[in-house]
Design a protein around this ligand. Structure first.
Ligand SMILES: CC(C)(COP(=O)(O)OP(=O)(O)OC[C@H]1O[C@@H](n2cnc3c(N)ncnc32)[C@H](O)[C@@H]1OP(=O)(O)O)[C@@H](O)C(=O)NCCC(=O)NCCS
Length: 171
């Protein structure tokens, strides 16, 4: 199962992604914009843990590697809810720094937005962004996500309480 982009493909993760995953994920500038559960430094053991979890994924897939020329250079996916909350999902994504600023983030969010709305019968996709990440805000806005609120002291980042901006697209 693949979602084709203009310069990349979204596809399920595979065990051979460990080395490129390690290369692109082990970057404090990536981790600075993600939740503290994203390891930093990022080790080969972290890559293997992620890929072991992904090996248990079954179609329809909710997590994708961003593949450029056969290499995983980032990840994107939705975390699905169950029960009455199953109409909403949370979107997350990251791209290796080498590939920033080429439009991949904007297009990948569009592809997963459309795929997830259809595949999982969603009515809402939300994303949480740190206030210091205007690039990600721009990517979301370009894809119809609307600012809803500022979640104050919503989580710890490096041991410090931080705010997050809540964006969502509904249909
Ligand atoms: C955020 C991220 C996914 C963006 O991906 P990308 O492929 O570099 O993004 P794109 O090239 O598609 O678009 C970036 C947009 O931000 C804009 N931008 C860049 N710097 C900006 C700034 N300082 N302020 C506002 N907009 C900015 C660009 O102009 C572009 O918008 P445009 O296409 O309208 O001109 C990527 O930088 C990343 O992975 N960062 C680390 C992890 C992360 O932040 N994940 C998201 C967590 S919510």
């Amino acid at each position: 199962m693949e979602l084709p982009g203009s310069s990349f493909t979204l596809r399920p993760w595979r065990w051979e992604d460990a080395e490129p995953l390690l290369f692109h994920a082990d970057n404090p500038r990536v981790a600075a914009n993600l939740g503290d559960l994203f390891p930093s430094p990022y080790t080969l053991a972290d890559a293997h843990e992620w890929l072991r979890a992904r090996a248990a994924d079954i179609p329809p897939y909710a997590m994708f590697a961003i593949d450029v020329d056969g290499n995983a250079v980032g990840g994107i996916g939705v975390i699905l809810n169950e029960g009455p909350k199953r109409i909403a999902a949370e979107l997350g994504y990251w791209i290796g720094e080498t590939y920033w600023g080429r439009g991949i983030g904007s297009e990948a969010v569009r592809l997963v937005r459309d795929y997830a709305f259809e595949t999982f019968a969603l009515r809402r996709i939300e994303a949480r962004v740190y206030p210091w990440n205007p690039k990600s805000v721009q990517v979301l806005k370009k894809n119809g996500f609307v600012f809803e609120t500022r979640l104050r002291n919503i989580q710890l980042k490096g041991g410090v309480p931080v705010d997050m901006l809540l964006y969502a697209v509904v249909r």
